[in-house]
Design a protein around this ligand. Sequence first.
Ligand code: ADP
Ligand code: G6P
Length: 474
Amino acid sequence: MRQNSNSLVVVANRLPIDDSVAPDGACEWRRSPGGLGSALHPLLRHTPAAWVGWAGGTGPAPRLPDIDGVRMHCVALTAEDLRDHYEGFANATLWPLYHDAVEQPVYHRRWWEAYQRVNQRFAEAAAAVAEPGGLVWVQDYHLQLVPGLLRALRPDLRIGFFLHVPFPPPELFMQLPRRAELLRGMLGADLIGFQRAQAAHNFAQLVVKVLGLPATDRRIGVDDRVVRVGAYPVSIDTAEMAALAGRPDVTARARRLRHDLGDPQQVILSVDRMDYTKGIEQRLKAYSELLASGDVKVRDTVLVQVAVPSRERVGQYQILRDRVEREVGRINGEFGRVGEPAIHYLTQPFDRAELAALYRVADVMAVTPLRDGMNLVAKEYVAARVDDTGALLLSEFAGAAAELEQAYLVNPHDLEGLKQMLRTALRAGPDDVGDRMRAMRAHLHRHDIRAWARSYLSALDQTGSLVTRLGSTG
Ligand code: ADP
Ligand code: G6P
């Protein structure tokens, strides 16, 4: 069948929207803050596309409006699916395992059954929506079986798979009781994309070891097909963030925020989902020790920690939130003064303008995950620093570190190293900070979300027509 690349179907666990209550009490849908939605939103706005995903919650699928011209197809999850697929196999088995097992992965046979069942439902929904010969782009660790299931249902489609999180080394992946099925599921795709070359290498090694297939880091032979593999580091809409951050109202808001923070000499900012991979506890410990030693003083320096609660019914996330909140309370109790907390702790979701204002107010941005597929917050901060100021303290274990080499790079497991690098970033002179920021900003202007989509989709789309259209969106 002829390839019809005029249509693109994105399949992801989440639709890029959340429901919320408008000021007048009505229910409204808005763009959700997650990394994946943020990453793909600017691309799909310019492409005739459909998105197959879950709208959050359980029960019958809600009827959804198109968002920015993208048709939303909702896959319904039952309470059992939510518990065993999303909270279970996806976020208590795969997520910790893929992030270096910084928390212990949990294995339950019931969770695997739910993973298969829900992947089948997503594959059927995508098969029903995709045009003959169309492109389907499956996203992330929740849906690793979908490429294989979809190929069985619709061999006419061209199927891509992209993993936003790290893909672990063989020693870790080999723990998975259903490792062979997961690899085979991914191999249903024509092109498998990872954030980093190391992940592609890990995958190829596992395919040889577990499935005995001929594989290099770039090509894998499966039956009579060749599956291509590659690294495509995801990015952000750099120009959009820069334009937002440079808006007069955002600049004024940043000034106001600094004033409200007590006009300190230095503002340190961290913005994370509340997740044990983000290294929040290690960062708080480093900060607390710097306060205790007098290297950092409360009136001169403040830390703003934004931590949006996430996956709140998963035990490991509840424990983390309790520990973080106890530690923030302890640090404020010990080092804060009336009207002058050491840490401003915020758990609210913010709109993009408010986030941009926060980025503009931050003299030092501390992004210190223990492991992260990419970390878009680091890239957003760089894009927002339109005057080439600001120091980015960045974990070596974030995918972003491979690109933002001029950041103040740090190993977040090394507490002394973390304290030292935070001190260095706080005391860095304007020339050093400016040189680093300029280089990182130039990189992000070349490697933005459109460059990412273009490079992935041009590898997937053999006719090139979708990519031509992407090129014309500017
Ligand atoms: P992850 O995908 O693991 O959550 P990323 O850093 O890659 O981490 O992506 C997080 C995304 O969520 C970014 O686009 C960031 O702007 C957004 N985000 C994080 N915290 C908030 C918040 N409090 N309000 C709104 N958006 C947020
Ligand atoms: C990471 C994952 C995404 C996920 C996002 C938010 O970025 O790679 O697939 O959507 O976190 O997590 P959540 O569990 O709220 O979807």
